[in-house]
Write a protein that binds this ligand. Structure first.
Ligand SMILES: Cc1cc2nc3c(=O)[nH]c(=O)nc-3n(C[C@H](O)[C@H](O)[C@H](O)COP(=O)(O)OP(=O)(O)OC[C@H]3O[C@@H](n4cnc5c(N)ncnc54)[C@H](O)[C@@H]3O)c2cc1C
Length: 584
């Protein structure tokens, strides 16, 4: 075992982690620990854009951006956080520009902007151009830019190191952060990294579902590790299903396509969104569009031999325009479906895309122990966190913004905390639980294969906790998760070696997914209303009297040694926008 010591340790090298590292690295001794090589993080797959009310192309204001975010999030957004994000958006974009990020430009040289779902002028009057972009490779450019800057500022990177545990210790009866336990993929060695401040920036958990736009590695590690150590998880039942996944595959075709003018059609060629959202049509928020698509299919108006998808029509757009603005995603349609988007509409269906919920934080990114208290020395930002700027449904391009705004805040806050806080002693053998977890997995012989259990989990989540949910489907999912957990406890890994044992780590990741699936479904079952991405067929209306509040899920130990989810609630912060019916 090796030990290291840093003022600030950041877990995750996506946009949130590296934006934090860039700030912390200029103020304190900082390390980033990441299970992927930094530029392979999922931020690099982001296509469409990052929004800010720059007003480069048409009139806009941060106040309209805040309103759209709150309304898009179905009023579960903490409005103080949304105000901060919309205000700091402008500098967040300009900072990236100064670092050298090659944004697309207008003819007069300013940053170009395009339309995206739910972003409007004057509180819903019409769609506005708010998304800054770099063709359909915006995330790739952000990641490359931030990585260069981190190297320039001497941030240390531990790449292909998996953080598997969070170390707390009691000081004067209070839980304090002491560091993390990591596993080096190359050698199989355990490292204990002591730190005054720990920032979790581990991204999302899309692999809970089978049909997803998320990378194979998005297994919710940070959320599950924190949850196992007693940190609550907020609003986990709110998962976003992005309307335009390639049918049958889930690979994302960015909303930028609709931003550039593409239209959704059913088997009759009808532009059906005109019925569901007369003003914004195809550019209504994602929850509205995804539900409309699923409904068209249910009512028999789906396209294709099995009538199980709808069509995204780009054929009226100029091929030169498609090549300039949407080169990568149209190539996906050619490669994966054999469809030529210049001349044929693309089969699409909703795909699990984004976790609105996560580790609860203050607007300074401090992690909450409960509704009031923070955990000194622990911070979180990006998709792993819930601050909550996305509420019940995130608007497109607000996540690349979130990771930049709150990533920056996390780096500054973590460094400031480290500058004044004393070191917390490490508890005895902080690595013991991790060693036991790994050895337990490795030593078991002749168990079931991890991949089979993971597939069964993803299938039940797709079937029972997707766009449409009900008490019956959610109870089915919970029962399935319980039996999968028993199978997991008897499962074994084939690779018993130490070096590059991805088999072993996938087994650990499946444990994280099982925990998170249980939290998602338990929250969804308790929330007897429909709001944003969470639609209950048995409770189809929003219920502000009983449910305009955040869910807080805590892990509790049962008498029999097992664990269960305990739910509590947290009030929503309302500053200026009272809830209203959502019409688009
Ligand atoms: C295909 C796709 C397209 C998208 N397009 C857009 C878009 O156009 N605009 C927009 O706003 N949003 C978009 N999003 C959403 C947005 O990209 C993500 O929400 C955001 O990039 C998440 O950034 P992050 O830094 O929180 O996490 P990530 O970029 O996912 O990074 C997570 C990091 O954590 C590390 N990590 C995870 N677990 C561990 C562990 N156990 N130990 C150590 N390290 C760990 C990983 O190595 C990685 O470095 C898109 C998402 C997808 C999937």
């Amino acid at each position: 075992m090796q030990t290291h010591q840093y003022d600030v340790v950041i877990v995750g090298a996506g946009g949130a982690g590296m934006r934090a590292a860039l700030e912390a690295g200029q103020r304190a001794r900082t390390a980033v620990i990441t299970k992927l090589y930094p530029t392979r993080s999922h931020t690099g797959a982001a296509q469409g854009g990052m929004c800010a009310a720059l007003a480069n192309v048409e009139e806009d204001s941060p106040e309209w951006h805040t309103f759209d975010t709150v309304k898009g999030g179905d009023f579960l957004v903490d409005q103080d956080a949304a105000e901060i994000m919309a205000k700091e958006a402008i500098d967040a974009v300009l900072d990236l520009e100064k670092m050298g990020l090659p944004f697309n430009r207008t003819p007069d040289g300013t940053i170009d902007q395009r339309r995206f779902g739910g972003h409007t002028r004057n509180h819903g009057e019409a769609a506005v151009r708010r998304a800054c972009y770099s063709a359909d490779r915006t995330g790739h450019m952000i990641l490359q830019t931030l990585y260069q800057q981190c190297i320039k500022h001497n941030v240390d990177f531990f790449s292909e190191f998996y953080v598997l545990d969070l170390i707390f210790n009691e000081v004067d009866g209070e839980r304090r952060t002491a560091g993390v336990v990591a596993y080096d993929l190359a050698s199989g060695e355990i490292h204990v990294v002591r730190a005054k401040s720990v920032v979790f920036a581990t991204g999302g958990a899309g692999k809970v579902y089978k049909t997803t736009s998320n990378a194979h590695t998005l297994t919710g590690d940070g959320m599950a590790i924190a949850y196992r150590r007693g940190v609550p998880l907020e609003d986990m039942e709110f998962f976003q299903f992005h309307p335009t996944g390639l049918a049958g595959l889930g690979i994302l075709l960015s909303e930028a396509a609709r931003g550039e003018g593409a239209i959704l059609r059913n088997c009759d060629g009808e532009r059906f969104m005109e019925r569901y959202a007369p003003t914004l049509k195809d550019l209504a928020p994602r929850d509205v569009v995804a539900r409309a698509m699923a409904n068209e299919v249910r009512e028999g108006r789906g396209a294709g031999p099995n009538k199980d998808y709808v069509l995204l029509d780009l054929t009226h757009l100029e091929p030169a325009h498609i090549d300039a603005k949407l080169p990568d995603i149209t190539e996906f349609a050619r490669t994966y479906l054999g469809i030529e988007p210049y001349t044929e509409p693309v089969p699409v269906f909703p795909t699990a895309h984004y976790a609105m919920g996560g580790i609860p934080t203050t607007v300074e990114t401090e992690v909450l122990a409960d509704n009031e208290r923070v955990i000194p020395g622990m911070f979180a930002a990006g998709e792993v966190a819930c601050v909550s700027v996305h509420g019940a449904n995130r608007l497109g391009t607000n996540s690349l913004l979130d990771i930049n705004v709150f990533g920056r805040r996390a780096g500054i806050a973590a460094a400031a905390f480290a500058a004044k806080a004393p070191w917390v002693e490490l508890p005895e053998s902080p690595e013991a639980d991790t060693v036991a977890l790994l050895e337990g997995m490795r030593e078991r012989e002749d168990g079931e294969r991890i991949a089979d259990i993971r597939r069964a989990l993803q299938e039940t989540m797709d079937a029972n906790a997707q766009v449409f949910r009900s008490e019956a489907t959610l109870k089915q999912a919970l029962a399935d998760i319980a039996s999968l957990r028993e199978r997991y406890d008897r499962a074994s890994v084939q690779d018993k070696g130490r070096r590059f044992n991805t088999d072993l780590l996938e087994a650990v990741e499946l444990g994280f997914l099982l925990d998170l699936a249980e939290v998602i479904v338990t929250g969804a079952l308790e929330r007897k209303e429909s709001r944003g991405g969470h639609f209950r067929e048995d409770y189809q209306n929003r219920d502000d009297v009983n449910y305009m509040r955040h869910t807080m899920a805590y892990r509790t130990e049962n008498a029999d040694g097992g664990a269960a989810v305990r739910l509590d609630f947290k009030p929503v912060v309302v500053t200026r926008y009272q809830p209203m019916e959502r019409k688009f």
